[in-house]
Design a protein around this ligand. Sequence first.
Ligand code: ZN
Ligand code: FE
Ligand code: FE
Ligand code: ZN
Length: 265
Amino acid sequence: MPADYHTHTPLCRHATGSPEEYIDAALAAGLSEYGISDHAPQVPEPFDDWRMRRDELSEYFAWVERARARAAGKLPVRIGLECDWLEGCDKWIGELESECRWDYLIGSVHYLGDWDFDNPKWLGRWAESDVEAVWMHYWQTYARMASSGLFDILAHPDLVKKFAHVPAGDLARFYEPAIDAIAAAGCVIELNTAGWHKPCEEAYPAAGFLELACSAGVPLVISSDAHAPNEVARDFHKAVAMAKAAGFRETVLFDQRRRSVEALQ
Ligand code: ZN
Ligand code: FE
Ligand code: FE
Ligand code: ZN
């Protein structure tokens, strides 16, 4: 099984389980590597209620050390963060970079302006939104995140579909400019299996996006976005098959922000 680099810890306030439970699940799944990438602190604090605080980073490092102790001699454990792309965030990401020798940083678009659109508490706001306009805003934001060059991996590419709000017609008009930006910046994308368990009932990204990304030479990782131990490597067999069908033959590994590849199997 490929590596699973997008996983969470209880420090983000909406995940459960101990480091030992997550590692045992990773070992049982036969992952090549395990990576921890909890929701990064964000300033100004308090920013929202679904991330660790800055003064909890030391607890995060201790959590990762417990995971490493459990995995010792059996499974490499990498450390990263899932960072939020916000306009003007580069200074803050630079500060976070200096806190640790990260193996990778993941960039996510969860916010459009002040709206964390993937938060279930805003379903009412979605109901009164123009889906086409939200999608335009989302994909322009995603392309800007790619072009920033701040992140190694770009998370859940079409997260905007989470609650099954999808415009009519060929979605390539949204995908193509974003993929151009991702390819130009040399970023890796993830095939995130969590979407299969959300109202959209599709992996992030959809097959059409994945095929275009492969054609553009964008590298791939496969991620569960686990927020509980039983979600580690969830649906990885299905995801490997989907990635192969899109044309991918390998996935990327990270060690202190240096890349290597392993065959997709
Ligand atoms: Zn989360
Ligand atoms: Fe996310
Ligand atoms: Fe996540
Ligand atoms: Zn995520």
